[in-house]
Unconditional design. Structure first.
Lengths: 522, 643
């Protein structure tokens, strides 16, 4: 047609591009081979430096070449002590590499290596480089890493860094890196001054609330919020001494250990034992009197201390006002899972028994709105129900633990049940009695009817266990009952309604396996 | 070129270089049409133009003068049997009216202020100085640091030299304008003489002389619009690759005027997060509202036909948010129906985040660049351009009721298949105008600081000002900082726009008086001072009907700028005209990269009749020239802001 501007056809363009590429590849391969042969000959000269520069500037992810380049630089450095004084070029070269690939491991690593060698590194320049890179991509973790190194070496004041996170969070608050960085800075900024700490944290609460009210579906803010609310550690320790064939000591944190031989004998009428936890730098004393077979000593397990490790740091008033504002958000966003979960955690921190009903209702909603994670919520709910039951038991000062018909899916905090003699887990959804169940060294009666238990792994070496009731579970083979053989005092076993009860010869085989059992129900 | 005759045959003749006309020109040239693009003015872009300060003063002067009565020449000699003539109007007195200029800056530099309380007389010496000044800068142009910019302007505006030459008169014209103003019988008239004595001593004031001296660094738009980042203009610029001819900046913030204060409107997620004016609950409500209105719901439909403000009220949003949503995000009035309010809210939201934290872009060097960019594209593809060159009449082939040729202002007959006209050229008796004709009120201010100072001096702000009293129009304001290359450092350029109720002065001066400091302002406060301002009314292109005129079927009309914030109207108009001219062709397909264009030889195109060959060569030369210049400019130009 008339008057049209002529344009190269795509085929022409393709052809040109192909030729261009071929030419480039040829040059690249030649340079690479030259580099390798030089290295194998042990040549560390300027030419080699040039060659690596040429190659790395087009492909900065070639680790071997970076290594070679460092070898050359180190070689040159030994020749001239002033080598690095004049070497700004290396940094400029690295910047050009970062433009090619801002997430190149090699380039960032090399930059760190060079910076560390420079006699007078310009850290301000390095920081501004990081700022530029992070403004282009605030999730460039290579850059974050390098920046951390720069900050550490150059000693940037903490408050300045906090202002830096302010800036990043201001431009985009969906960024774990910035929030997390903040969580490492705040403790540094307020090492041990409770008032300043509280004040500063109130403004932190404001900041993070702004974020989750603006976008309640963004996890990063919620995670930071959890961190803000709770950084307590569990302080409860318990020592239990049980005189058995060979007396041994039971500790919390899933440890049972034998006492050294001769520690306890029948002659002295009182034994004082001191247990040291080297990790926590604490110790407990425990005395075992004559004529007693067991003795214990534990921290009082009131609600104030026992299960507040999740959200324990703040004063009740702060938690109360946080609960109010999150409740406010929940009114606006009744189906937001992060909000619901945070409410549950806050309620537990404030008054676990008082809020039990609300907590259960919120768990129900959570399972509906986030069905993909319903098993997780069930487990979490089980954990909380167990905690509540333990608290109730502690208040009642009894050694009976009863938690039937609560939809439990998992067992936890078994280390807190060290002293329990009678446990009732009937009518839940348990599938197994996990290995930690062996912590229950005082257990005499285990009731677990109407669950889905397939596995008795944890019912193992329980010296006082006499009765095991497992009616209507899913124990299917004799092998599943094997652990029970290690419980010497087992007398009564109820297996009615289990598949194993239907297998032929089950009775005779059981007698063989568990000779101590006198009362067997099948 | 000027002395030679034009080729006598074209496919499309376009008169007027406004946005729609320029887009049509680019689209037609791009697909191989022979395009002649003319404008009777000495500058590009008609009422879409941007001017230097001095250029604007000239423009004001031209519009204040009585236009000479049109000489109607008799061209019946060119007529063939059965033909008819339509004479075109070559002055457009109707589109601009009510021009009023006020100068509050001191006439001279600071030191002399105290000695010149009265309106200064413009002496002969000053005029001479001004002449010297301009000629000096002119000669220095080719070398100085603004070369790039100048190359752009020179290429695009061959008349630039002509404009500067006129500048000699500027000072005197200006003081006249002020005098005229002083004599008008309006109530609270400003007395420019009072201005110097009220100037604040704290800040180095910019004098009028300085504005004139540095006038070339202004790029003052006649229309005030911004580009929606997903609007039809941006889409077209990207699709056609025309974007490579211009640079863009983000509008950095949306402001609103409320309870006597200028406030920032939180519209992006980061804004909402950072906002100090909103409570956390408001933040949530706002975010939720914004997310929810992206999708059409039954609730939305239930409010169809009822006012948007009612819908907002029922969302329990509170006054703050309601104000932001109605005036600043939807940018509608209290009685706009819900569906329309939601549609514009959605448009706003869709545009958000494509290029930045606001939905808008602004072209560096002003909006006048945009039509010129399309003209450049047309020129690259062979379009021929003449400024100060018009058409006198259309030659009609009566039996077919189509225009078969035109006669240009030099009396040359040019045959063509299609004609596109800016509607100002159409004689009144042929035009069907919407009744009553609508106008847009405009004010252009040069101020000394921003309406909402911030850490950054380089903010570009869109400000929405709801009606300040019942019956007043809602005013839209765009405040440009020097970073947009539209004003000199130390100043801001402020454009106010509203649908006319009365004259521009009546409509807009109350807002100016409240938001800025002028001699009329009740108190000084900390508001920015107005150094200079211009009020005028411009015909609203929205009111003009594109169809139904008493014109031949192959003559198409382009209306001038409309009052809307975006450019959709003009782009839609251009596309529909293009589709009527060339229904089979693609509208502005991507232009090839400059390196893919084969420049040498275009000899394959000899399929046309022998008689055309001569003209063909001529065209060829022209195109080569154009291309050469093109290459130069492209090398200088920075890459487009997009992508």
């Amino acid at each position: 047609q008339h008057g049209r501007v002529k344009i190269k056809t795509t085929a022409q363009q393709e052809e040109e591009k192909r030729k261009e590429r071929e030419k480039k590849l040829k040059i690249y391969v030649a340079a690479r081979d030259a580099c390798f042969s030089k290295r194998s000959e042990g040549v560390w000269d300027d030419e080699a430096l040039q060659l690596t520069q040429q190659l790395l500037s087009s492909n900065p992810d070639f680790a071997t070449l970076w290594n070679y380049r460092r070898e050359i630089l180190m070689h040159l450095e030994t020749w001239s002590p002033l080598f690095w004084l004049t070497n700004n070029a290396e940094l400029l070269f690295l910047e050009s590499c970062l433009k090619v690939n801002p997430k190149s491991y090699g380039s960032w690593h090399h930059r760190g290596w060079v910076s560390a060698r420079l006699p007078r590194p310009d850290w301000a320049r390095e920081l501004s480089l990081c700022d530029r890179c992070l403004s282009l991509d605030d999730r460039n973790f290579h850059c974050w890493d390098y920046r951390r190194m720069v900050v550490k070496i150059s000693g940037v004041p903490v408050d300045q860094e906090l202002a830096f996170t302010d800036r990043l969070i201001g431009s985009n608050f969906s960024n774990y890196s910035s929030w997390h960085y903040r969580s490492t800075l705040l403790p540094l900024l307020h090492p041990e001054s409770p008032d300043a700490k509280l004040y500063s944290f109130l403004s932190e609460y404001e900041l993070v609330q702004n974020a989750f009210f603006t976008d309640p579906n963004d996890q990063s803010a919620w995670f930071y919020y959890r961190w803000l609310l709770g950084r307590g550690t569990s302080v409860c320790n318990c020592v239990h001494v049980l005189k058995y064939f060979g007396p041994f000591l039971a500790l919390t944190a899933a440890q049972i250990c034998d006492l050294p031989p001769g520690t306890i004998n029948d002659i002295s009428n009182e034994h004082n034992l001191t247990v040291h936890w080297t990790e926590k730098h604490t110790h407990r004393d425990c005395a075992l009197y004559t004529g007693r077979t067991e003795s214990w000593c534990r921290d009082s397990a009131t609600d104030q201390e026992l299960f507040r490790s999740e959200l324990s740091v703040e004063k009740t008033s702060v938690l109360q006002s946080e609960l109010q504002s999150v409740n406010q958000l929940q009114e606006l966003e009744p189906l937001n899972k992060w909000c619901l979960l945070t409410i549950i955690l806050l309620m537990r921190a404030l008054d676990p028994l008082g809020y039990e009903k609300e907590t259960l209702a919120h768990f129900q909603t959570l399972k509906e709105v986030d069905s993909m994670r319903s098993a997780y919520y069930s487990d979490l709910c089980s954990k909380f129900m167990i905690e509540n039951t333990i608290l109730k038991m502690e208040y009642a000062e009894v050694r009976v633990f009863s938690i039937s018909d609560k939809n439990l899916t998992t067992l936890c905090h078994l280390d807190q049940l060290l002293l329990v003699t009678h446990i009732n887990l009937s009518s839940n959804q348990l599938q197994q009695l996990p290995p930690q169940f062996a912590m229950l060294q005082c257990l005499e009666v285990l009731e677990a009817d109407n669950n889905s238990i397939e596995n008795l792994e944890g019912v193992y070496h329980l010296p006082k266990l006499e009765e095991v009731l497992l009616k209507n579970n899913k124990i299917s083979t004799l092998a599943d009952l094997q652990p029970l053989a290690s419980c010497p005092k087992l007398k009564r076993l109820d297996l009615r309604g289990n598949p194993v009860a239907q297998t032929p010869n089950v009775e005779s085989e059981l007698v063989e396996l568990l000779p101590s059992v006198t009362d067997l129900l099948l | 070129m000027a002395a030679e005759d034009l080729p006598s045959e074209f496919d499309v003749v376009i008169l007027g270089t406004g946005l729609a006309e320029s887009v049509v020109a680019a689209a037609c040239s791009r697909v191989g049409q022979r395009v002649l693009h003319l404008d009777r003015r000495s500058y590009y872009a008609a009422n879409w133009a941007s001017f230097t300060f001095n250029g604007l003063l000239t423009w004001i002067q031209q519009h204040q003068e009585e236009s000479p009565p049109e000489e109607v020449q008799d061209w019946s000699g060119q007529l063939e049997e059965g033909d008819e003539l339509i004479y075109l109007s070559n002055s457009d007195p109707a589109s601009i009216r009510n021009l009023q200029v006020f100068c509050y800056a001191s006439e001279e530099d600071e030191e002399e202020e105290a000695d010149s309380p009265g309106p200064p007389d413009t002496t002969e010496e000053e005029e001479e100085e001004a002449v010297k000044e301009t000629s000096e800068t002119e000669s220095a142009d080719s070398k100085d640091e603004e070369r790039t910019h100048q190359v752009r302007r020179n290429f695009i505006t061959p008349a630039a030299h002509h404009l500067t030459a006129i500048n000699a008169h500027l000072l005197s014209v200006q003081s006249q304008a002020v005098h005229i103003e002083g004599e008008e019988p309006e109530a609270d008239q400003p007395r420019p003489s009072a201005a110097p004595s009220q100037s604040q001593p704290t800040r180095k004031k910019i004098s009028y002389a300085q504005l004139v001296k540095e006038g070339r660094r202004f790029n003052i738009d006649l229309v005030s619009k911004v580009m929606y980042s997903r609007g039809s203009l941006v889409d077209l610029l990207i699709k056609s690759n025309v974007s490579r001819y211009a640079e863009f900046k983000n509008v950095t913030r949306i402001l609103t005027y409320r309870h006597g204060n200028v406030e920032q409107v939180p519209c992006s997620r980061a804004d909402v997060f950072a906002s100090r004016q909103l409570s956390v609950v408001e933040k949530r409500k706002l975010m939720r509202f914004l997310t929810s209105c992206v999708e059409e719901t039954e609730e939305h439909q239930a409010y169809s036909g009822r006012p948007y403000v009612e819908f907002l009220r029922d969302q329990q949003l509170g006054d703050n948010l309601q104000h932001f949503l109605l005036h600043s995000i939807a940018m509608v009035t209290e009685d706009t129906p819900t569906e329309q309010g939601l549609a514009s809210t959605r448009h706003f939201l869709r545009c958000l985040g494509r290029y930045g934290n606001t939905p808008f872009l602004f072209p560096v060097y002003g909006l006048g660049e945009i039509p010129q960019c399309f003209c450049r594209m047309s020129a690259v593809f062979g379009g021929i351009y003449c400024l100060r060159h018009s058409l006198l009449c259309l030659l009609l082939d009566t039996p077919s009721n189509s225009c078969k040729a035109v006669i240009d202002s030099r009396g040359q007959r040019i045959s063509c298949s299609h004609v596109v006209l800016e509607d100002g050229y159409v004689p009144a008796n042929r035009k069907r105008v919407a009744l009553p004709p609508r106008f847009v009120s405009r004010a252009i201010l040069i101020t000394d600081s921003s309406v909402l100072p911030s850490e950054s001096e380089q903010q570009v702000s869109v400000v929405t000002v709801p009606p300040i009293a019942a019956g007043c129009p809602a005013v839209r304001m765009v405040e440009l900082s020097p970073s947009t290359m539209t004003c000199i450092p130390g100043t801001h350029l402020v454009h106010l726009t509203c649908q006319s109720v009365g004259s521009a002065y009546e409509d807009l001066s109350p807002v100016v008086t409240r938001m800025f400091h002028t001699p009329e302002s009740p108190d000084r406060g900390s508001r920015p001072s107005v150094l200079w301002c211009l009020y005028f009314n411009m015909a609203d292109g929205w009111g003009a009907e594109p169809d139904g005129h008493d014109l031949p079927s192959n003559v198409f009309l382009c209306s001038g700028p409309d009052a809307a914030l975006g450019h959709d109207h003009a782009i839609r108009q251009a596309e529909s005209i293009f589709q009527k001219i060339l229904p089979e062709e693609d509208f502005c397909p991507p232009a090839p990269n400059p390196e893919d264009i084969i420049y040498d030889g275009d000899n394959g195109s000899s399929s046309t009749a022998g008689g055309l060959e001569e003209r063909e060569e001529e065209r060829e030369e022209e195109r080569e020239e154009e291309c050469e210049e093109e290459k130069e400019v492209l090398e200088d130009a920075s890459p487009p802001a997009e992508e």
